[in-house]
Design a protein around this ligand. Structure first.
Ligand SMILES: [Zn+2]
Length: 227
């Protein structure tokens, strides 16, 4: 069978991802193909767009072909399908949608990660656990002025994106959290584990054109003050 340039590109991307991370997800393939820009992926994860399809810079036909090629490549390679939960990084943690009119089977295909059989059972288990953990909430350190969509308060540096628009931390129910700046990985990890509610603080870098992590909001009691 003669393969097309698109098929070749999908297989090359998938092989590279498998070598790097021992599993391949459709979203990673879209990123690797250059069809999906990281800031657009962030918007989708933050629940700001109804589905991923709108963010992908390739027609539906091409996307469907890529999905089909990925699947047959993964089956050929003997990879294990692992269905992974995708939810928004918002407080209500809604399920994320991939297609505008995605049939359940298509949505499931996008959620399916293909895992290397070379990983031990324990490693596969740990990977599945890590990937199905709900993502951290996201709070944006805003560059521009904004107005809270609920209480109409202005200002405050931090906002939480919601369907209705930006919310101040009070309206988002996050104003009791304290900020832990990035830098001390060990301290951050400990606070993250100890806090039942956490939010990652990001700021958009206009030069790098992506969101960058500034630190973490955690419950006051979770911050280790012994060092
Ligand atoms: Zn408010």
């Amino acid at each position: 069978m003669v393969s097309t340039p698109l098929e070749d590109r999908v297989v090359t991307a998938a092989e590279a991802l498998l070598a790097e991370q021992h599993y391949v997800s459709p979203v990673d393939v879209l990123l690797r193909l250059g069809w999906l820009a990281p800031p657009h992926l962030d918007h989708w994860r933050q629940g700001r767009v109804p589905c991923l399809e709108r963010m992908v810079q390739a027609g539906l036909g091409k996307q469907s072909t890529a999905m089909r090629v990925l699947r047959s490549w993964a089956v050929r390679r003997g990879l294990t399908p692992s269905e992974t939960g995708y939810v928004t990084r918002t407080r209500d943690r809604r399920p994320l949608r991939f297609r505008v009119r995605g049939k359940p089977a298509i949505e499931r295909a996008y959620r399916t990660h293909w895992v290397s059989p070379e990983l031990s059972a324990r490693e596969q288990e740990r990977l599945a656990e890590r990937q199905s953990r709900p993502p951290d909430l996201v709070v944006v350190d805003a560059l521009n002025d904004w107005i809270c969509a609920r209480c109409a308060a202005t200002g405050g540096d931090l906002l939480h994106m919601h369907d209705d628009g930006p919310l101040c931390l009070h309206c988002a129910g996050l104003d009791h959290l304290v900020f832990l700046p990035a830098g001390d990985a060990r301290r951050t990890r400990r606070a993250h584990r100890a806090s039942t509610l956490t939010a990652v603080v990001v700021r958009f870098s206009t030069s790098r054109k992506r969101y960058e992590r500034q630190g973490l909001l955690v419950e006051p009691g979770a911050v280790d003050t012994t060092d």
